[in-house]
Write a protein that binds this ligand. Structure first.
Ligand code: ZN
Ligand code: ZN
Length: 314
């Protein structure tokens, strides 16, 4: 079958199913370029769909895992958009935290539908999600969303993690300047506030028609060495040092320590100014907000900014 045949077949299938609230979407794998097709229900809640055969506990766990990928491990300083295998099994992700403090409920009133997952249950779920191609696990042990999950969850992710009121400020979910798909692995503009991102596989064609290699939005020089994805961690000197020191075993030490060594492009002065602005704008914040399965509150973003100088991976 030729590519053309295939596409006309797909398009006919798409027409046939459209009355039933389904559509066929396709995307390219962010690193292998493989084209992926997915049947997406265009109406129902995608997170429920992400897990139609899962228990409520498993769905809550998934939500916390996504929060950890797209909030905790996805800041202006470091857009990792992945979690390590170790993080995925931490108690705060398996069980959620701060649950008992709300509204003075008795701690034992935790509903049975949200008791969290045991270590074994979480391990089994993660393995199944990899097998069913919802998650991918890298050789370095980072979990990311698969192309299929990105396709199905696209609008859900934007709604959950981006701020529609500030379209020009830094957003958590960003799209490739070339192919317009979500970037969770790729390159970024070195200007912290700029949202321009590119997949590695999209760069060659993109710069071909644009000599000078400057960010199309803010004109900052594009060096191709500012990374989105696990490379935001694994390319740091501290991570590599930790790996050498431990003979490649205890990589998580490096993940925890690399913060000290990392002091990227921004000058101290600019950082300070920005922090001052952030502190001002976050004064009305409540001191500590809930993490976990709850809905994303708009001012959650501000909290994250305050946390930026702490380890994004902890
Ligand atoms: Zn792209
Ligand atoms: Zn830029």
């Amino acid at each position: 079958m030729t590519q053309e045949d295939f596409e006309s077949y797909i398009s006919a299938a798409a027409d046939a199913i459209s009355p039933y609230d389904y559509e066929i979407r396709s995307t390219q794998h962010q690193t292998t370029k493989e084209r992926i097709y997915a049947l997406v229900n265009s109406v129902s809640d995608p997170l429920t769909q992400f897990a139609t055969i899962r228990t409520p506990d498993e769905i809550s766990y998934l939500k916390r895992l996504l929060d950890s990928m797209f909030e905790t491990n996805n800041t202006r300083r470091r857009e990792v958009m992945a979690v390590t295998g170790m993080q995925a099994l931490e108690t705060k992700i398996r069980k959620g935290t701060n649950r008992q403090s709300e509204g003075g409920e008795a701690p034992q009133a935790t509903p049975s539908s949200d008791r969290g997952l045991t270590q074994t249950e979480a391990e089994r779920l993660l393995a199944n999600l990899v097998k069913e191609t919802w998650l991918e696990r890298s050789n370095e042990g980072f979990y990311t969303l698969s192309p299929r999950a990105l396709l199905e969850l696209r609008s859900w992710l934007v709604e959950a993690y981006n701020d529609p009121d500030e379209p020009d400020s830094w957003q958590r979910i960003k799209f490739c300047e070339a192919c317009k798909e979500i970037v969770t692995i790729g390159q970024r503009c070195t200007e912290r506030e700029c949202n321009v991102r590119l997949h590695n596989i999209c760069t060659a064609a993109f710069w071909n028609s644009r000599p000078g290699k400057k960010c199309p939005k803010c004109q900052t020089d594009w060096n191709g060495k500012a990374y989105v994805g696990q490379k935001a961690i694994t390319s740091t000197e501290e991570y590599l040092k930790g790996k050498r020191r431990s003979g490649g075993k205890k990589q998580n030490d490096a993940v925890e320590n690399e913060e000290e060594a990392e002091q990227p492009e921004a000058s101290g002065r600019r950082r300070n100014r920005r922090r001052a602005v952030e502190e001002e704008s976050s004064q009305e914040d409540t001191p500590m907000e809930e993490e976990g399965a709850g809905a994303i509150e708009p001012d959650e973003n501000e909290k994250e900014e305050e946390e930026e100088d702490e380890y994004p991976l902890e």
